[in-house]
Design a protein around this ligand. Structure first.
Ligand code: UDP
Length: 441
């Protein structure tokens, strides 16, 4: 498509490291996405260097995450104690670190920049202009969308973030959306040009997440084989709505106290959930179901697969979810999902076939849906057998193929419209834009 080579991509992941344990703080699906897609790109002959902000003095400046995947820890601001809301203050320092790193090499060291989340997009935009290479951007979440479906008491995302997102949308050569719904939001809310968007679904590590022995999995966590287990897996914050699951579980138990229901909550506090890290434990107590709720800290994927297998149902009650990797991982592991019908969850779960989608977050509706799901064992077994087949459509291999197509389209577009032959590639795109508009000579 383009005469350009695609040997090395600079991936920007400013606000969270791909090497962090997901499921707590700011580490979640994006970390998994960045690392897994990078590994698959590397297997396809594209080297990936992931730039992230160093968060510990022991972080090596450069480390190998996988063959062909390097992580560069850029010092930008204090290692610890910097709130996500304060990260914009470190954009300049991070950008300087990225640009200096590139300057140590011959021109043309990176063939493309791929930024994740709007903060990285701001830096990617600058790198694009300086290096004369295309910028591909994935938003992962959008402030306007998030603010439209906030959990009660959750603070809205600042206007500055939406402005920043808007700028990146305008500057990126291509945008990756997880679903066609997200593509629509980028067009309708952020004014993205439809031709600049590629819909590329995220995936799951299907070699890790696959069905297995439920009894053995339960034994690993000391779970009674006779219990009906519903698991919540993810960062614990109001947006993820684990409280909706607990309230529903309490109502299910109130309707039928003989039901041996156990709720497994896996993950750690995150976002505004950090303000009250024990709030879920307190809620379980207030609801009188403490004895039926087990809390586990964030788990690595080799343990997480056993959690999914141990569960009869995995719940994803989020108020907003741009995709929902947990839903795919659970289904890949042979476990049906009950999810809120929001964002990408409508794609991740095949309603009625591999799980159940619930409208809204009312306790009564969730209790009815959950109660029906766990008591109809035949329907549950049928969903469990279909779930891995559906999840089989979502692999990181597939995601990487989609990214490569998008990268090539970005290069093609960039060569045709952006790389002015009379300019050094290191000249600013902003300048070339002004020239085209006749604003400057
Ligand atoms: N995760 C994990 N250990 C945990 C909890 C979560 O590794 O204890 C991972 C999980 O496997 C998934 C990601 O965190 O890949 C969460 O992604 P999701 O898209 O569901 O939510 P996000 O964090 O992006 O909001």
């Amino acid at each position: 498509m383009s005469g350009r080579q695609l040997n090395r991509v600079a991936v920007l992941s400013l606000h969270t490291s791909p090497l962090a344990q997901p499921g707590v703080g700011d580490a979640g699906g994006m970390n998994v996405y960045v690392l897994q897609s990078a590994k698959e790109l590397a297997k396809r002959g594209v080297e990936v260097e992931i730039f992230t902000r160093a968060t510990s003095s022991s972080d090596e400046p450069l480390c190998e995450a996988a063959p062909g995947v390097m992580v560069r820890n850029i010092v930008a601001g204090p290692f610890e104690g910097l709130d996500k809301q304060d990260l914009p203050t470190q954009l300049c320092a991070f950008a300087a670190g990225v640009l200096r790193e590139e300057a140590r090499h011959d021109a043309g060291y990176y063939d493309l920049v791929h930024s994740h989340y709007w903060l990285s997009g701001q830096v990617g935009w600058l790198a694009r202009d300086r290096w004369g290479v295309p910028l591909v951007h994935t938003a992962h979440t959008l402030a306007a969308v998030k603010n439209a479906s906030l959990a009660a008491g959750d603070a809205p995302e600042p206007v500055a973030r939406q402005i920043g997102e808007q700028q990146v949308v305008a500057e990126a050569d291509r945008l990756i959306a997880n679903t066609s719904e997200e593509a629509k939001q980028l067009i309708e809310i952020y004014g993205a040009s439809p031709e600049s968007i590629d819909v590329v679904a995220p995936g799951a590590d299907l070699t890790r997440y696959r069905p297995g022995d439920k009894s053995a999995a339960r034994a690993e966590f000391g779970i009674d084989p006779r219990e009906t287990v519903v698991a919540f897996v993810g960062r614990i914050q109001p947006l993820k709505a684990p409280d909706v699951l607990l309230r529903a579980a309490a109502e299910v138990v109130a309707r039928d106290p003989s039901l041996p229901l156990r709720i497994l909550v896996v993950g750690g506090p995150s976002g505004s959930g950090l303000d009250r890290p024990d709030s879920l434990i307190d809620l379980a107590e207030d609801l009188g179901i403490s004895a039926r709720v087990t809390f586990l800290p964030p788990q690595p994927s080799e343990r997480l697969v056993q959690i999914y297998r141990a569960a009869d149902v995995v719940a994803v009650p989020s108020y907003n979810e741009s995709f929902g990797l947990v839903a795919i991982e659970a289904q890949a592991s042979g476990t049906p999902v009950i999810a809120a019908d929001v964002g990408g969850l409508g794609v991740a779960v095949r309603a009625g076939e591999t799980g159940v989608l619930v409208q809204g977050h009312r306790t009564h509706d969730w209790a009815t849906a959950l109660g029906n799901m766990v008591t109809d064992r035949d329907a549950l077994a049928a969903m469990a057998s279909r779930a891995p087949i559906h999840a089989g459509d979502f692999s990181w291999e597939h995601t990487a193929e989609g990214l490569l197509e998008s990268y090539r389209a970005a290069q093609f577009h960039f060569d045709r419209h952006e790389a002015p032959s009379e300019f050094s590639p290191r000249r600013s795109r902003g300048l070339s834009k002004l020239r085209r508009a006749g604003v400057t000579a």
